[in-house]
Design a protein. Structure first.
Ligand code: PHE
Length: 336
């Protein structure tokens, strides 16, 4: 058999056996068998120098090429074996890397707490649209046509007579139009006003609105419900104060304050020295509104209240700037 054929056979055999090697030891045996000092390929290489010049050139090139291929193949298989060993050495009892868990936004958390408190009192949660008509946002709520809130400087209009709701009160109308008393509902959602942004104003904010209608519903029911709610949310020892106020859709209306949660009513910078913090608007539903939804004001009465969720969250958690709720800075959010 001439050297050329021998080389060809050797190549076939070597590639096949390299493919079959398993583990480090077999690879080392392979190296010795072919590439070692007495290896088959080494021996062929040694004989090349005795060939006539022309053959030497051709066979020499082939033999050296084969040597290089075998060396590279060996290296590749060795690294694979190494890799597998690493995987096999992996200790599955090691503790893993914990993924960071997200959680609910502070506004969502307080909304849930508020909803829970009103649910205890039998209030049902309802929802209404954020895009409203002037009718639901103002007219049905007895806002006169020239009321400043109707101005496009104060509300976001999307088209004539269509705007982003500036409060949650239109939900009162939508519910009363569809259902008959007795009613006990709350709604929580986003509202929009064209306010300049500062520490206590943001053009988007959340309100919670409550409504109760039935026979013989009186102002004392309103006082009872709100006092229960505010003491539950803030602290059982706060006092609640009702002062006369004005809203077009309630009569009489009240602005409701709680005794300052920071100084307990003594007077401090947070309450402007008064000992009281104003927190919400409320009142008995104006008979004009009841008539609009075709309720008989002689038979049914009711109360409504509305307040800003951000304001409650800010007081409860002593947050000094409303913008923090929208910046999504994890250093802020992770505290809740
Ligand atoms: N909608 C009023 C506001 O945004 C709050 C309010 C609601 C007042 C219900 C009285 C009754 O200021």
């Amino acid at each position: 058999m001439n050297l050329k054929t021998q080389l060809k056979r050797l190549a076939e055999e070597a590639f096949l056996s390299l493919k079959r090697t398993k583990g480090k030891e077999e690879l080392e045996n392979f190296r010795i068998a072919y590439l070692g000092r007495k290896g088959t390929l080494t021996r062929i290489l040694r004989r090349i120098k005795d060939l006539p010049l022309e053959e030497r050139k051709v066979i020499g090139k082939r033999a050296n090429g084969l040597k290089q291929q075998l060396e590279e193949g060996l290296k590749l298989r060795l690294s694979r074996v190494e890799e597998r060993r690493k995987v096999e050495r992996f200790d599955i009892t090691l503790p893993g890397i914990k993924p960071r868990l997200g959680h609910l936004h502070p506004i969502t958390l307080i909304s849930e707490e508020i909803r829970g408190t009103f649910q205890e009192l039998g209030f049902e949660m309802v929802a209404g649209p954020e895009i409203e008509t002037e009718y639901y946002n103002f007219e049905a709520l007895n806002f006169p046509p020239e009321h400043p809130a109707r101005d496009s400087f104060d509300s976001f209009y999307l088209a004539p007579e269509i705007l982003l709701r500036s409060h949650t009160s239109p939900v009162q109308i939508r519910v009363m139009e569809k259902r008959k008393p007795p009613l006990r509902i709350i709604t929580i959602g986003r509202c929009y006003r064209r306010d300049a942004i500062d520490a206590s104003h943001f053009p988007v904010f959340h309100q919670i609105e409550g409504l109760m209608v039935g026979e013989k519903i009186s102002f004392s029911h309103l006082k009872g419900v709100l006092t229960y709610f505010l003491q539950k949310i803030f602290s059982p020892d706060i006092r609640v104060r009702f002062l006369p106020s004005y809203f077009p859709f309630t009569e009489p209306s009240a602005e409701v304050s709680i005794s300052c949660i920071f100084c307990k009513g003594a007077g401090c910078s947070s309450c402007g020295g008064s000992g009281w913090i104003e927190i919400l608007g409320a009142g008995m539903i104006n008979p004009m509104v009841l008539r609009k939804v075709k309720y008989d004001p002689e038979k049914f009465t009711g109360f409504a209240f509305g307040m800003g969720i951000e304001r409650i969250a800010m007081l409860k958690h002593r947050i000094s700037d409303i913008r923090l709720f929208w910046e999504n800075d994890l250093r802020f959010l992770e505290q809740f």
